[in-house]
Design a binder for this molecule. Sequence first.
Ligand SMILES: Nc1nc2c(ncn2[C@@H]2O[C@H](COP(=O)(O)OP(=O)(O)OP(=O)(O)O)[C@@H](O)[C@H]2O)c(=O)[nH]1
Ligand SMILES: [Mg+2]
Length: 323
Amino acid sequence: MSACRFLHVTPNRPGAIAIIQLIGATDPVLRELTDQESWPIGRMRLVNFSGIDEGLAGRITGDIAQLMPHGGMRVVQRLIAKLLDLGVEPADESSLDPMEIYPESSDRYEAIMLSALARAQSPLAVNLLLDQPRRWRPRPRLGRPITEEDLARSARLNRLIDPPIVVLAGPPNVGKSTLSNALLGRSMSIAIDMPGTTRDYTTGRIELAGLVVDWHDTPGMRTTEETIEAKAIEIARGLMARADFLIAITDHEHDWPELPRAADLKVANKCDLSRRKDADVNISATTGENIETLVSSVRDMLVSPEDLTHPGPWLFDERIVSS
Ligand SMILES: Nc1nc2c(ncn2[C@@H]2O[C@H](COP(=O)(O)OP(=O)(O)OP(=O)(O)O)[C@@H](O)[C@H]2O)c(=O)[nH]1
Ligand SMILES: [Mg+2]
């Protein structure tokens, strides 16, 4: 059965239905997995996947089949474990023709779009990606060369597919972890009234008004004798330097932090106690005041409303150009 490979084509997060594509000699795998003997091409049927879940399965072409279990992470993990047990190896998506992975698509433009849709992390990517085949098909639409402006806009829009890195940096005790926890809606890092509470940086993937980002809380920037904390601050500085978006945060009692590069946004926390005039936005992580404004500012600066509504083509995958 080694001639068959699998590819999980729906995004790697919970959904209603997951799709796992089988490529190659699918027939024996389908038989083994479902206890159903005959697999005519073009017929989907309800099956039991080895007691793991009930779902749809069928052969789309001679060498492509689809398994559609429920989209819970656990079900998908167990089904993939079963496939590995059966000797079905994961396929390397980049080595496959998109039409092979998405045989239901009407052309290569649509197939490449579907592969981006499966990888895209941000809800805001969906409608924009769905419209891309229409924008890229040579006739009658894209009757012009790709411009520098298209490329720059595309690089920004790609943040809808690969989450950008957002880093929060500031002195100890100004409320970095409280803000991070409020945004995450769960306890990501320990926030207490003691400078130096966060000693290593913690990360969480969060959605900011439709844009998914990798959010990094960092330890308060200070000079310290403690080796581990000093090391953590050093690592955090490296992260700040390569962040897609750097937020400087302070409060009325502290200065702005010295950062390895200019901050993209200056946030003053604890506005319930006192405000700062030299901040771009005053917030309170504990009362929630202006948190929505902060969220939409970061979103708009990373992926602007102009980019989202621009009618031009989005170069979301190199392969779309040579289609
Ligand atoms: N009044 C008020 N207190 C806040 C606010 N945000 C955080 N605090 C308090 O400030 C203290 C420090 O908060 P943390 O979130 O731990 O601060 P931090 O910046 O992560 O601190 P380190 O990890 O030590 O760098 C806690 O007692 C919080 O409850 C706010 O908006 N208003
Ligand atoms: Mg902290």
